[in-house]
Design a protein around this ligand. Sequence first.
Ligand code: DGY
Length: 316
Amino acid sequence: MLLVTFPVLPSVRALIASRRATRFNDTGERLTREALLREAEGCDVLMVTVGDRMDAGTLAALPASVRMIATYSVGYDHVDVVAAKARGIAVFNTPDVLTDATAETAMFLVLGAARRGNESLRLIHSRQWTGWTPVQLPGVQLSGKRMGVVGMGRIGQAIATRAAAFGMEIHYHNRRPLPAAEEAGAKYHAQLDTLLPLSQFLMLACPLTPETHHLLDDERIARLPEGAIVVNIARGNVVKDDALIAALRSGKVRAAGLDVFTNEPHLDARYYDLPSAFILPHIGSSTIEAREGMARILLDAFDAVERGQAVSNRLA
Ligand code: DGY
């Protein structure tokens, strides 16, 4: 029996139900830890997602029947993979299938920040717009600008391809340089220190790890060019909110495009009042195509593992 802890699209539900005996969470609410442990009774597979904290304590309390846990997300900072492995539980995530959707959202954030999307929407929806003028809401162009990408994994690379198509020059920082054939002209920086001063647009696309927690703090913001634009498609905790909010208020950072926040959905309320913050409710991978692909890749992984085959999206 498969337990799905979160709401799914009708087409995703049909797909899952066609492949496995499934217990869906139809409560319309996130399962508490206690409810999750209760619902997991008799299940061998769990499909969880961002917001379900699968920490060592929860993993230890799971019924012995659970053999596989899949997170319906590519990010897996909410799953203690080491503890799962120690308990002999296989863990999976959903790479590749949501890369395009997430990269498209990243460009939505870039454009929304650069072209004053928040102020534009506020103006037209207020019904107070008095008509076109040449001084109305001037933004900045992408073409000819440099983008610094932090985290050049699948999503970082897909963003770089799209940004390059807008005429941007791409620089990146990653633990390792990409093979030359995959760089597509992007320039590698072994250190953030050299990437930051040239990042007119800074794109955060790295996983959240102890090393990247609060990676963008006051000191690093100070190294950005004046009026840089910051985009976060990674995880909220990669940014220190106090530092970014101060920089948006001072103009050091011209605008920010943010899809992810610390303590979602209770983001720092100061963002709501900042005209230069173009904010979205974590819709990075939220397309019908991605959502269906995410279910398919996980269902395929369960089947493959049961047949004794290796799968590339297995984390433990
Ligand atoms: C992911 O897949 O990690 C997203 O952030 C959740 O949709």
